[in-house]
Design a binder for this molecule. Structure first.
Ligand code: PHE
Length: 347
């Protein structure tokens, strides 16, 4: 009995460590572990179990040796395993196309388009002044875009030359954001204080200051006893918010069918400081904004009693503001999306 044990021990003690130190795959590591240390049938496990049947003298000699061999095998298995795992990782990296040691490429950082940036700035100033956001569709009815706004049937703005009409449909591309006024006043009771940013369309020849597609931000305030003074106050704060406290503005009497009285607000050209340049058509002023007190016909059209309520409205062209803020001389530069140009634009 004890001779069998001794033979087994001898065999194992010479071969086990040698075998373990030479396994070449992770599967082989596990197989070797099972072969020697497996709980059920491991060869060394069996020898350790058999120790108790040996005579005391032998137990004293072999006990510590067998346990030392167990420790050595465990350590060897562990170190083989780690070495093989490292090798596998290295091979995986080498065969993949990603070289993690390369420095990161200097990707250019994206940002908002100057027109979006400007529009956000405008709505954020108006938001602080108490205007809440309203929106309407870019495809509109004649009723909302013209009729409700007191634009007579024979008004030149309805002309094909100014307005894009949809083929075979009684619809058009809105020529301004004012139809949002109609939509909002019909759906809501006063008091009302909204801003409506959005894209508008005009059948126009494109030049340094005109584009067939551009953006406006509409403002509408309806309450009791709203006056031209309220309008002027709000617009002054708005314009200074955009251009700084020194921004020079002027109000000019003007006509829009949907307001009475009506005004145009000009901002002194920031490109030429009033000297005259292509951007301001050499006038020194840039026409920036139409405004006025909401016409009683418009209020009535929307079911609001003009004897009780009054209000003001204004519509601002976003691109014109952007040209001034970014110091761009030509509106077309905003739309060509030449990254070399856009990258240089900073507010
Ligand atoms: N809707 C006008 C335009 O596009 C601007 C405007 C809005 C004028 C509100 C007065 C009041 O030209």
């Amino acid at each position: 009995m004890s001779q069998d044990w001794e033979r087994g021990w001898l065999e194992l003690s010479v071969s086990a460590l040698d075998v373990v130190s030479r396994v070449e795959t992770l599967e082989a590591v596990e197989a070797a572990r099972v072969e020697y240390l497996g709980r059920e049938r491991g060869r060394l496990t069996a020898l350790l179990r058999g120790l108790k049947d040996l005579p005391l003298e032998q137990k004293k000699v072999y006990g510590p040796q067998a346990n030392a061999l167990k420790d050595a095998i465990e350590k060897s298995l562990e170190s083989r395993k780690r070495a093989l795992e490292a090798k596998a990782l290295e091979a995986g990296l080498a065969s993949s196309r990603v070289d993690l040691t390369l420095p990161a490429p200097p990707w250019p950082r994206g940002r908002r388009h100057p027109v979006s940036e400007t529009m956000n700035e405008m709505t954020s100033i108006l938001g602080r002044l108490g205007f809440s956001l309203a929106e309407g569709p870019q495809v509109e009815t004649d009723r909302n875009n013209f009729e409700g706004l007191n634009v007579p049937a024979d008004h030149p703005a309805r002309d094909l030359q100014d307005t894009f009409y949809l083929k075979d449909l009684p619809l058009l591309l809105r020529t301004h954001t004012s139809p949002v006024q109609i939509r909002h006043m019909e759906a809501n009771k006063p008091p009302i204080r909204i801003m409506a940013p959005g894209r508008v369309f005009r059948h126009e020849a494109v030049d340094a200051s005109h584009s067939a597609v551009f953006h406006q931000v509409e403002g509408l305030y309806i309450d009791k006893n709203v006056s031209m003074a309220d309008l002027k106050g709000t617009l002054s704060v708005f314009i200074r918010g955009l251009f700084g406290p020194k921004a020079a503005i002027r109000f000019r009497p003007s006509f829009f069918p949907f307001v009475e009285p009506g005004a145009e607000v000009d901002v002194r050209c920031l490109l030429c400081a009033g000297e005259g340049c292509p951007a301001c058509k050499r006038s020194g002023w840039m026409e920036m904004l139409g405004a006025g007190l909401v016409h009683p016909n418009v209020l009535r059209f929307c079911g609001i009693d003009p004897e009780v309520w009054s209000g003001y409205a204004f519509g601002v062209g976003v691109e014109r503001i952007a040209l001034l803020r970014y110091g761009v001389p030509d509106i077309r530069m905003l739309y060509e999306n030449d990254l070399r140009v856009l990258e240089k634009l900073a507010p």
